[in-house]
Design a protein around this ligand. Sequence first.
Ligand code: GLN
Length: 195
Amino acid sequence: MQGDFAEHIRHLEAVGAQASEVRTVAQLDACDGLIIPGGESTTIARLLLAFNLMDPLRERIRSGLPVWGTCAGAIMLARDVPALDRPPIGVMDITVDRNAFGRQIDSFEADLTVRGIDDGPLHAVFIRAPVIRNLGPSVEVLAQLEDGRVVACREGALLATSFHPELTTDSRFHRLFVELVRARARGVGEREATA
Ligand code: GLN
């Protein structure tokens, strides 16, 4: 719909996945997994409604489509977003606070230890980033800032990150997602998929 999809496509191709843009129900139906990129969540929410994608997307996600939301994409996945003028997709049992670190000028970078990603910390870029809180019992924390605030989590086949792995040259997070999508497509159980 909007945001840094081109950067995500580059990373997906770098880890050997076939990637394409999704703006129609037919394109959505053709996917085994979906990334909702960083951008502007108010715009993405409006466009999902305008393109009649909101309900089909909710249905696909409820029937198991793996989805990863980065920043604005994470906002779209949350069940509860206090400061969004339209309903989000609302499929993850989390609350996401938009612009939790302040304005564009308060953007920052940090090295994070991420559960499921080996070989050292991941350099994370935060741009008017949200924070994840109120995690439901089925949501697993994947990464936290030093002060304990949650910036990455997983619930079943859904991943949410406050930061933008697509804006770095490190494809490890994309590899993690592609492995999850492949495992789901093969019908492998959740536990095995993360092993
Ligand atoms: N602040 C934006 C929003 O609320 C998200 C910013 C981003 O995706 N980098 O939608």
